[in-house]
Write a protein that binds this ligand. Structure first.
Ligand code: NDP
Length: 282
């Protein structure tokens, strides 16, 4: 780009803000009713996204979502308009996901950002007897569901030709293994997501659709809360394995998702970003 430093003051907040701005963008976030997905949706809205469609399983959104939607509608410049929309759907239903993508595309005339955050952790059985049904359930949501979410948004990104950013929430569990149960299904699913993102990044690069993953370490949400309720001693174990000595918060993923969604990360695709307090794997 052409550089003219005649009026520079040593910083260029306007240029910097523009690079990071998501103004006018349209986003789809799965698992957006609570936890990490909802936090990601809020980060996108605060970075300027015109509207974020938050997709999740329950028929009606929860209180947490309603509170965040209300807050988002009062952000400066929104004029009381809804910036978060709730969509009830099952990410494992490919047809339904494609239809939702098309409906959003028809209504908004674009699709720019996708965050595939819906995920599950199931079971409490050793790997040698881990039930087929639970294994299939975890793979269906954590792998197939991520693909169908990326397809739903990616088809619309392709249709409108503006490029786009697909962000999949993987995990440190996709990088290493941990002792105990029920990790055999979860770890398998998350390493598949890492490879899915790389493959899609290669194929979609020419369309300027970028595909990246974020691999969080242990984050305090209802997923970990339910798990730790059964095994409270793991709080100490997880914290002591972490160089920062603690479990993370969903809001500590905000910056990275906003960056990956924005033009500031325009040369970043097929990458995985660990946000784990330095804890990489067991
Ligand atoms: P939560 O359980 O709090 O949120 C997951 C959301 O996904 C829930 O709202 C859940 O809906 C939704 N969901 C589950 N199945 C489906 C489905 N079939 N269709 C649509 N939505 C569905 O978990 P987190 O916020 O902690 O996790 C978000 C993502 O981050 C997951 O992919 C998880 O694997 C990943 N992750 C989490 C970490 C952590 O420590 N918390 C660490 C690393 C990665 P419902 O309420 O109905 O169950």
């Amino acid at each position: 780009r052409a550089l003219d430093a005649s009026s520079a003051t040593g910083t260029n907040p306007t240029l910097f803000a523009k690079e990071f701005s998501l103004a006018d963008r349209v986003a789809l976030v799965s698992g957006g009713n609570r936890g990490i997905g909802l936090e990601m949706a809020l980060a996108l809205v605060e970075a300027g996204t015109r509207i974020v469609y938050c997709l999740d399983l329950p028929e009606k959104p929860g209180d947490e979502f309603t509170k965040v939607r209300e807050y988002a509608s009062h952000l400066k410049g929104t004029g009381g308009e809804a910036r978060l929309e709730y969509v009830s759907a099952d990410v494992t239903n490919q047809n339904a996901m494609w239809k939702i993508g098309k409906t959003i595309g028809d209504r908004e005339g674009r699709m720019d950002v996708c965050v595939a955050a819906a995920g599950i952790l199931r079971g409490d059985t050793p790997c040698l007897t881990y039930p087929a049904k639970q294994f299939e359930e975890v793979i269906a949501v954590n792998v197939n569901g991520v693909l169908y979410t990326a397809q739903a948004a990616g088809q619309q990104m392709d249709r409108f030709g503006n490029g786009g950013s697909i962000i999949m929430i993987a995990s440190i569990s996709g990088h290493g293994a941990n002792q105990g149960h029920p990790w055999v299904s979860y770890n398998t699913s998350k390493s598949a997501v890492l490879q899915m993102a790389r493959s899609m990044a290669c194929e979609l690069g020419p369309k300027r659709i970028r595909v990246n993953t974020i691999s969080p370490g242990y984050i305090n949400t209802s997923m970990t809360g339910q798990f730790l309720a059964k095994r409270p001693e793991l709080v100490e174990v997880w914290s002591s394995h972490n160089p920062l000595g603690r479990i993370g918060r969903p809001d500590e993923l905000r910056g990275i998702v906003a960056w990956l969604a924005s033009d500031s990360s325009s040369f970043c695709t097929g990458s995985d970003i660990l946000v784990s307090g330095g804890h990489h794997a067991w």
